[in-house]
Design a protein around this ligand. Structure first.
Ligand SMILES: Cc1cc2nc3c(=O)[nH]c(=O)nc-3n(C[C@H](O)[C@H](O)[C@H](O)COP(=O)(O)OP(=O)(O)OC[C@H]3O[C@@H](n4cnc5c(N)ncnc54)[C@H](O)[C@@H]3O)c2cc1C
Length: 455
């Protein structure tokens, strides 16, 4: 563990699904107050505009990415932990793990001194070089990305376009501009050599489109290499992996930290129930079953996007550009891309922890929708997710226009208990297709809802 949080940090994009997680924690304000809302991504190549990914199509109340330093994200989560009685102990390293019948003996090193502590469970969220992963003997498989990446932050003097749209120039070298707070930009590029001038490389490409723009106040220039790796398992006995310890991907689509957050959200409540003795340890098996497929998908998608960006042959570029044009000109494909970019299409329907038939509509394991208007049987109209923001199980009873309000009011606590849906089901319904939203909204309008909860 580092002595202090990193300064201006790596991830600058928070996706809509992560904003939904922050909302569940009551922590969206710092992101909305300090970040910049990024509503779209525009793709260019060969001097032309190919298309635009519009996050407004993503079926979330957070229909935008938030551009903000990972340093802020980390500080928000640290504050949340401290408010719940936890603490971050810095300058302390995990150096050994010994499996015990009812726990793990973890050796930690601090100021040169070693100490062994007994833990019921160990979660290795110790990054790419994870000691927990190594000590648990879990393989990290995949490939290293050969072409290096580079990054720097700058002001674009003379930039007349919007400050809330990602801009990708899919040329040679590819350059991607991501908005930061204060009308600053983070520029990602594949440098032309190991020692070239990064700003000159990026400027050359930007000038093909906007000769009037000058890059100024350049900061945080760095070169880095990427990897496409996923741990063979996310759990070995009482050791679990989360975040970069479990998967690393190209930064192209900004999925890294977002996937990390969603791992933690998925694992956190399960581990809490197991530690309290409310759930059996078997529940933890669903963590790998739900999250590892997401990691594999993110890694594969990053590789595909990297390959597309790195194309140098005229013919393959023409084919790629035609595919991008076609995608964003087609309403269904454009919607699909927006939902995927927002990370709202993750479904845990195949997990052993959920049961039941999805039929034609939403089913167990799908993300709970949030945009259809909700009129609770008692209380004011609200967003559906708001009804599930509690640490207990939440039962949502959906009724159509003909559903008698009296029916829901007759639900008693014991019957709620018997028919409860687990929190995972309630919170992780995913919208894979727009028609599901329509079907749900049509079948339930004006949607009297009653909610009950228990642990
Ligand atoms: C240039 C760049 C840009 C990126 N942009 C984005 C983006 O826009 N959006 C996005 O979602 N992702 C992005 N990512 C990825 C994102 O930064 C990572 O996925 C994320 O930081 C991983 O978080 P983590 O907590 O899993 O690991 P880390 O942030 O690496 O944290 C691991 C922690 O564990 C500690 N540690 C290490 N070893 C030990 C040990 N033995 N004992 C105890 N502690 C230990 C470390 O000190 C560190 O504090 C980007 C990555 C790069 C390189």
């Amino acid at each position: 563990m580092l002595d202090a949080p990193l300064g201006w940090d790596r991830a600058t994009v928070v996706h809509p699904r992560s904003m939904e997680i922050f909302e569940a924690l009551g922590r969206t304000d710092p992101f909305l107050d300090q970040g910049v809302k990024v509503r779209a991504a525009r793709f260019h190549s060969g001097g032309e505009t190919l298309g635009e990914l519009d996050l407004g199509l993503a079926d979330s109340r957070y229909c935008f990415d938030v551009g903000i330093s990972e340093e802020v994200t980390e500080s928000v989560l640290t504050a949340n932990l401290e408010e719940h009685g936890g603490a971050v102990m810095r300058s302390t390293r995990l150096v050994g793990l010994r499996s015990q019948p009812d726990g793990v003996a973890a050796t930690i090193e601090r100021n040169g001194e070693h100490r062994e502590v007994m833990a019921s469970w160990v979660v290795g969220c110790d990054g790419f070089h994870s000691a927990a992963r190594e000590l648990a003997g879990i393989e990290f498989t995949g490939t290293d990305v050969e072409t290096p990446w580079a990054v720097f932050d700058a002001t674009l003097d003379g930039w007349e376009e919007e400050f809330d749209v990602n801009t990708a120039y899919l040329d040679s070298p590819p350059v991607i501009l991501t908005p930061l707070p204060g009308r600053r930009w983070r520029a990602y590029l594949r440098p032309t050599s190991d020692s070239n001038d990064l700003v000159a490389d990026a400027t050359e490409v930007i000038h093909r489109y906007k000769p009037e723009v000058t890059l100024a106040e350049v900061e945080n220039a760095a070169r880095f290499r990427c990897h496409s790796l996923v741990a063979a398992h996310f759990r070995s006995g009482r050791v679990l992996l989360a975040g970069d310890a479990a998967h690393v991907c190209s930064p192209t689509e900004g999925h890294g930290m977002n996937t990390v957050l969603q791992d933690a959200f998925n694992l956190g409540w399960k581990l809490a129930l197991v530690c309290k003795g409310v759930a059996a340890p078997g529940l933890l098996g669903s963590y790998e079953a739900e999250r590892r497929p997401v990691a594999l998908r993110v890694v594969e998608s990053g590789k595909a996007v990297d390959a597309g960006q790195g194309m140098t042959q005229q013919e393959e570029r023409a084919e790629r550009n035609a595919a991008i044009r076609q995608t964003y000109a087609d309403p269904d494909l454009a919607h699909h891309e927006a939902v995927a970019a927002a990370e709202l299409d993750r479904s845990y329907a195949g997990s052993g922890a959920v049961a039941g038939d999805s039929g034609n509509g939403l089913g167990p394991g799908d993300r709970l929708p949030d945009t259809p208007p909700v009129h609770p049987a008692a209380g004011s109209p609200c967003a559906l997710h708001e009804l599930a923001h509690n640490p207990d199980h939440t039962l949502l009873v959906l009724g159509g226009p003909e559903a008698a309000r009296a029916t829901s009011s007759t639900w008693s606590a014991p019957s709620r208990t018997r028919t409860r849906i687990r929190r995972s089901s309630a919170l992780s319904w995913a919208f894979r297709e727009r028609r599901k939203i329509r079907r749900l909204a049509e079948s339930t309008r004006p949607w009297p809802i009653s909610s009950g909860s228990r642990t």
